[in-house]
Design a protein around this ligand. Structure first.
Ligand SMILES: NC(=O)c1ccc[n+]([C@@H]2O[C@H](COP(=O)([O-])OP(=O)(O)OC[C@H]3O[C@@H](n4cnc5c(N)ncnc54)[C@H](O)[C@@H]3O)[C@@H](O)[C@H]2O)c1
Ligand SMILES: [Zn+2]
Length: 719
């Protein structure tokens, strides 16, 4: 080997170790991975290969020799009586992974060629974090994380909040519970719970979690058990730690399978997929079966685990540094990968929500090739600081649409001889001491993405309501993206009640381009309906009859059917009663709308915006032209508010009411409350320590009231 190569390799080993240490710290200690597992595994394999070529370079602190990460000082340390190890990983997706393992086991057990197949137990490999639960005389006394395998963290208080973990084991079980029992298993978060948690975080504008494993690890290491309790966690048991030995009256299981069954009988959840396999062929079949089931499972698995079933054979096989020889994890394609963000577009959903979507360089993730991933909303995009040209981490798990969960922060130095990183380093003042990794500081956020003001599909105005994170298209009646939803809503039983116009028919009509907007429904002819797939003449006639019948509508049903945001059945009724006619509703100002029962500023503005869209109004006109009609009436008589048209100014401290309460009372009585006194002011309400406003009122001759005087005015005039 040339001297140069050796020194280059040595430098690469050092660089890899530094990088892996940093990633492991972020992953195990901070519960905030910087890169996808696939990337970590790739670098680890590179290091393993280099160390295999130069065994004398291996140090005990190399990432290849260690398990997990350091324990956090915030939790009391727990020394494991039986170390918590890792599992050797096979990444081959073909049969080779299982065959290599089986061959190794047979070789190490020195089995003859014609010896019968080895018996294994197959289990899913849950993607959560390992937990050791210690029971003394049937009571849970301690729960500990794996930590570095030797010393973990005492997280008992948090683990007690997990409902699936028994706090007390049955006293009279068929297999008696040994006086000392350590159960090992995986704490994880179900996908639905994870999605819900992230949805909640998103709505609040809080940081979301990268994946369920991460959310679970974060919850377990919460310092506040109350917060941990709100993060729904689950548990699967898969093994034992320290146990009362058979000599001292403890159980003698014989096989791993029997052990799992005992755990199940004591009340621990055990994976329902667990099964016994004979030889490599069975292992391959299990791998395939679980692979096919993977997307449909309610939780993430990143592979399967094969374990030699006989505990005597397990003892014979023993351990290498960080993993047992009798078990192997056989992985599936990763659910997170890195790829480049080529562009950021906007998609309009069925209900009008605008979603920023990252267009990606094609990447194989979660078993499929992904080219688009959601960024959810503008605020999440900004929080994750995703920009065109970035390397993004994309996650695709189960049926959930692929999403960008974060970006990979640029680090230095990237790889041996990678010029751009070195150039960047030089530009910032040369390499850091010891060649340690440093982050390239990002330019402050320059919004290179903006939400469009007009819907990219229909051109209607885009709005975001106060307190909302989502932007929406307001052209609900016209927008092609919202067509199906608009028609279904219009036809719904509580709206126009058009029987027979269900999801399937709407799909057909819209997909064939026969119906684009609501009025097209009333232009349908028998021939176009009958031409549709699986549409008999009789049912076509029924649909036409239902459409004809729906023309005789009521104003509340029609208003509700238009599907303006926030206009539910009750609001539609209130609007109809208050205004009497559709035109009066369509032309009402925000203020006028707010006079309607239960209509606040957000609802009023949404209605106003909806009818401000020329396309929406056109659709309404066309519907009327098609013969849709309803009885109209005069507007309801306005309730006489005692202070309608009067302007008040509040000053000083009132004896019983706060400023805010007084304002509310006055407004409810129809008054306006202004901030400063002018000639237009009708009354000034003055309390203790009233200052310049009171003086101004006196100067202008405005009537001044105390709180009692104001209260008297709130009572409606007697008739
Ligand atoms: N993204 C990153 O930056 C980063 C950093 C470090 C590690 N990692 C990832 O962590 C993993 C390696 O960590 P590891 O050493 O914890 O190994 P591992 O998670 O791959 O395997 C060992 C663990 O598997 C779990 N397990 C799940 N189901 C099991 C079952 N049925 N039987 C027994 N054990 C079961 C246990 O918790 C056990 O501790 C890799 O996937 C790696 O990519 C990622
Ligand atoms: Zn639109």
């Amino acid at each position: 080997m040339a001297a140069q190569d050796v020194s280059g390799d040595k430098a690469r080993v050092a660089a890899l170790r530094a990088q892996l240490d940093r990633y492991a710290h972020a992953y195990y200690v901070q519960d905030a991975p910087e890169v996808p597992d696939a990337e970590y595994d790739r670098l680890l394999r590179e290091l393993q290969a280099l160390e295999a070529a130069h065994p004398d370079w291996i140090t005990p602190d190399s990432p290849t020799q260690r398990v997990g990460g350091a324990a956090l000082a915030q939790f009391p340390p727990v020394r494991h009586a039986v170390a918590m190890l890792s599992i050797r990983t096979e990444t081959d997706t073909e049969a080779t992974g299982a065959e290599a393992f089986d061959a190794r086991v047979r070789r190490e057990l020195a089995l003859a060629e014609d010896a019968p197949p080895v018996e294994y137990v197959c289990e899913p490999k849950f993607d959560g974090l390992a937990m050791s639960l210690r029971y003394e005389h049937g009571l849970l006394v301690q729960a500990a994380t794996r930590g570095d395998g030797e010393v973990g963290e005492d997280v008992t208080r948090n683990i007690r909040t997990i409902r699936q973990i028994p706090l007390r084991l049955p006293a009279a079980a068929a297999i008696p519970v040994p006086p000392l029992l350590e159960v090992r298993g995986e704490v994880y978060m179900r996908r639905a719970d994870f999605e819900q948690l992230n949805e909640r975080q998103r709505e609040r504008g809080d940081k979301t979690f990268v994946n369920p494993r991460n959310a679970a690890a974060g919850a377990v290491r919460q310092l506040d058990p109350a917060i941990a309790a709100r993060r729904p966690l689950s548990f699967f048991a898969y093994g034992l730690g320290e146990v009362t030995p058979p000599e001292a009256g403890g159980p003698d299981f014989g096989t791993h399978y029997a052990l799992l069954q005992a755990l199940g009988s004591w009340g621990f959840p055990v994976a329902p997929q667990v099964c016994i396999a004979h030889g490599a062929t069975d292992l391959v079949a299990f791998h395939q079966r679980m692979g096919a089931a993977r997307d449909g499972l309610p939780y993430d698995i990143d592979g399967v685990v094969y374990k030699v079933n006989s505990l005597a054979l397990q003892r014979q096989l023993g351990f290498v540094t960080r993993e047992p020889r009798w078990a192997v994890a056989h992985k599936y394609p990763a659910q997170e990968q890195m790829t480049r963000v080529e562009a950021i577009d906007v998609q309009v959903g069925r209900t009008g929500k605008l979603t920023p979507v990252a267009r990606l360089a094609p990447v194989f993730v979660g078993g499929v090739t992904v080219t688009n991933a959601t960024l959810h909303n503008l605020f999440e995009l900004r929080r994750k600081d995703v920009r065109v040209g970035d390397t993004a981490i994309v996650r695709r798990a189960g049926d959930v649409i692929p999403e960008v969960v974060g970006i990979v922060a640029p680090t230095l130095p990237a790889a041996r001889g990678s010029l751009p990183a070195e150039v960047a380093l030089a530009a910032r003042g040369g390499p850091s001491p010891q060649g340690a990794l440093r982050r390239i500081p990002r330019q402050p956020y320059v919004p290179n993405f903006r939400m469009p003001r007009q819907c990219p599909v229909c051109g209607s105005a885009v709005v975001r309501e106060h307190g909302e994170v989502n932007h929406r298209c307001t052209g609900g009646l016209f927008c092609a993206a919202q067509r199906k939803e608009a028609i279904l809503h219009f036809a719904a039983r509580r709206a126009m009640d058009i029987e027979g116009l269900g999801e399937k028919l709407v799909d057909q009509l819209v997909d064939a381009g026969i119906v684009r907007t609501l009025p097209d429904l009333y232009r349908l002819g028998l021939s176009s309906l009958v031409a549709l797939d699986r549409m008999a003449e009789k049912s076509a006639q029924n649909v036409l009859a239902a459409l004809e019948k729906s023309k005789q509508a009521t104003l509340p049903r029609f208003l509700f059917g238009l599907g303006a945001r926030h206009v539910g059945e009750a609001t539609a009724k209130d609007l109809a009663r208050h205004f009497g006619s559709l035109d009066a509703v369509m032309d009402a100002s925000v203020e006028a709308l707010m006079e309607v029962n239960d209509v606040g500023p957000i609802v009023a503005r949404a209605i106003r915006t909806f009818f401000d869209q020329p396309h929406n109004r056109e659709v309404v006109e066309q519907l009327r032209a098609c013969g849709v009609h309803w009885p109209e009436g005069p507007p309801a008589p306005r309730a006489v508010l005692p202070l309608a048209g009067k302007t008040f100014v509040l000053t000083g401290t009132l004896p019983t009411l706060s400023r805010e309460e007084a304002k509310e009372l006055l407004e409810a009585a129809g008054a306006k409350v202004a901030g400063s006194v002018s000639r237009k002011t009708d009354y000034v309400v003055a309390g203790e320590e009233a200052g310049s406003k009171l003086a101004k009122a006196r100067e202008l001759g405005v009537q001044v009231l105390d709180e009692a005087g104001m209260q008297a005015l709130l009572v409606p005039p007697q008739r």
